[in-house]
Design a protein around this ligand. Sequence first.
Ligand SMILES: Nc1ncnc2c1ncn2[C@@H]1O[C@H](COP(=O)(O)OP(=O)(O)OP(=O)(O)O)[C@@H](O)[C@H]1O
Length: 775
Amino acid sequence: MDIFKVLSRGIKAQPKKNQPGAPQLLPSAGAKVNPQFFHDNVGGSTSKRSRKRKRKGAQANNTTESGDDDSDASDVDYFAPKPTPEELAAKKDAELKADEPKKQKPKLMEEDECRQLLKSHRLKFTVLAGRVQQAEEATEKPSKKKQKKNKKEPGEKDKKKKKKDEDKKQIYPQPLNSFGELKYTYGVHPTLADNITRQGFRVPTEVQMGSLPLQLRPEMALEKAPGVEDVKTERGIDFLGVAPTGSGKTISFLIPAIDAIIKRRAEDYAPEADEHVLQAIVVAPTRELASQIVNEGRKLAIGTGVRVVLMKRTLRLVAEENKQEETEQEGKEADKDSDHDSEAESEPEEVVGSDEEEEEEDSDAEKNEENKAEGDKKSKKERPITRVDILVTTPKILLNFLCGGEKEKGKPRIVKKTLPTVQSLILDEADVLLDPIFRKQTMGIWRACTHPNLGMTCWSATMASNIEALLTKHIEKRAKRTPEQTPKPLIRLVVGLKDTAVPNITHKLIYCATEPGKLLALRQLLHPVSSADSGPPLRPPFLVFTQTIDRAQALHDELKYDIPLEAGGSARVAVLHSSLSDSVRSKIMARFRSGEVWVLITTDVLARGVDFAGVNGVVNYDVPVSAAAYVHRAGRTGRAGREGGVAVTFYTKDDIPFVKSVANVIAMSEKQAGKDIDEKDTVKAAQGSVQKWLLDALPKVAKEDKRKLKVRGVESRRTGGKATITTKSSWERRRENNRREAIEASKRRKREAQKAEKEGGAAPVEKDQEWTGLD
Ligand SMILES: Nc1ncnc2c1ncn2[C@@H]1O[C@H](COP(=O)(O)OP(=O)(O)OP(=O)(O)O)[C@@H](O)[C@H]1O
């Protein structure tokens, strides 16, 4: 080793912050983050506990900024003896133990303190359904005349009333102050609790603070809350969690699911019984997200004996035959009562959604696997049943199992099997799972879970009110068919403002006059000429979203040689979409996670749920088709409270109908982050990105058009034409077309000549088919 080099490292002056060469605050820069989003000072003073937490957080931030954190000392002192890995592990364990509160009788917070802490973290709980009073009122149905009259009431009045009612329903349950409380206050199994701390999670995020006590021990969480006399929790609760992207919703549903299984197993222990009984199903819209959930679940379940498995086509589960008549009847009832969304229930047995629009298309690899399996019926019969406690699945693949095969064109599907042992159904990204794209499939799975005490939890960063209403109505209806006839309380937690924000990242809207202009702008981001041109710093790795698979592919073809060979070349740019096979998709994911791929071009298949801790930025090459789509795409950066993420959105004049809603999300995000304080004029916050005068001048888009845009996107980008991604001039494209046509014509002539020769005749003479040369 060069000793001079080592010595010089110790004396080399570190560049100061904000100077060239100084380390930048980037999401991938490290793990020193505070995963909590909000710390408001409520009413001028915060509670003792929250003050304590805030000081802790502030300290962590200060030490990070000043750079004099203890843990960094050994990095600076190059001659200090380095601890062995065993010593480091022992030190970490000791630190974790010191963080835990001593075993003591659970101490609950007083009402006021609780209320202030919840407010300071912007946690808002509402009982959406299942209050005993409500259930009684619901039985006294208003007459049809009265209903009509109510509908005619002026909208403003209705809105005010609705808001008042919602405020009334708000409740203040106990929050989780530290992960240590899980074990000692909420009775979580010690192995599971240890697995949580071992993953390095120190401070619960807001959604974890709010949701874990209620899911684990609802009666205790509501013990000191006022106004909950009519919220009966003996049979558990149903839960709806709406929290920002990257806020830790995954472990919020996995912890209670795993813990419930451990407890049930301990209660119903029978030496001869099968240890693994399917008790929980997690449904996610894409395969990438489903396998990510499996990984998270397995880490949490280490040493607990709980098996978390990813659903596959070839997997066999323990299921019962469905009593078909009963299901039909159920479907008809649901259909009769449906008044706000006919699509949801119009064909109760036809449970599969539109194959065309689905993100989850069958991959070749899976089809081959299936064909092979079908070809050998004998081996299929012999295939053993998979022992599983928690099943993670995409909707279609589980429904195919329940219906006994794939959908035949034009035929309605019947759910032939039920899953009576499932006691917990979890919908991750619930708004998309209950959207028309997946709704019939999700409903089919829900109906197949026939346990009378089935618990339902739904999660997303965005939740439209019609989806929420649909969910509430179905929970209530289902409850009427149970022996108790009353629904469990459905409690909704909203973290921050509902639906609208990605608060901890920088947003940027860039106008490009033409489609090729977008390509130039993207290249400008990749290779900025000067820092002034480059806008916000966008460093690899980053994700680029396009509207369609074809566009993703075309953009990849354009960009793959943009990284110099010396820096990795075309291996640094990759494309991932749903028409690639499963194995290719997972290989690309692994390469992106490991840092080998710097620019990953993709479609909305990666927009939801997928967690890449190191992603520094997101580029919306094509504008997202709705505010929710923007939230999810932009939320792939700045995960777990990491700051420094950037979301850049290009728009052309074709995108005008979408820009307003995107700008509003940006404004809300900045407002939530405290960057803009203008209460009334939300769009003002986005002035840095898009001009307010321009936004004001934009036409309002009709609801129906908005719906069409959401499903189809910008039409010209689907069909190609003007919106084709290419940097070639029209002259070059024409020349290429001519050349291609000439080659094809020549091949055709050759084929025909050969054919004629074989048949013994003369070669055909082509009329008017001369090559006209290059244009
Ligand atoms: N308490 C915590 N402290 C630190 N990091 C956490 C904590 N809880 C979760 N994380 C990490 O935060 C990241 C994001 O979590 P997760 O994927 O669950 O977010 P999410 O809310 O489901 O996001 P999305 O809405 O995009 O699906 C993960 O890498 C996870 O390990």
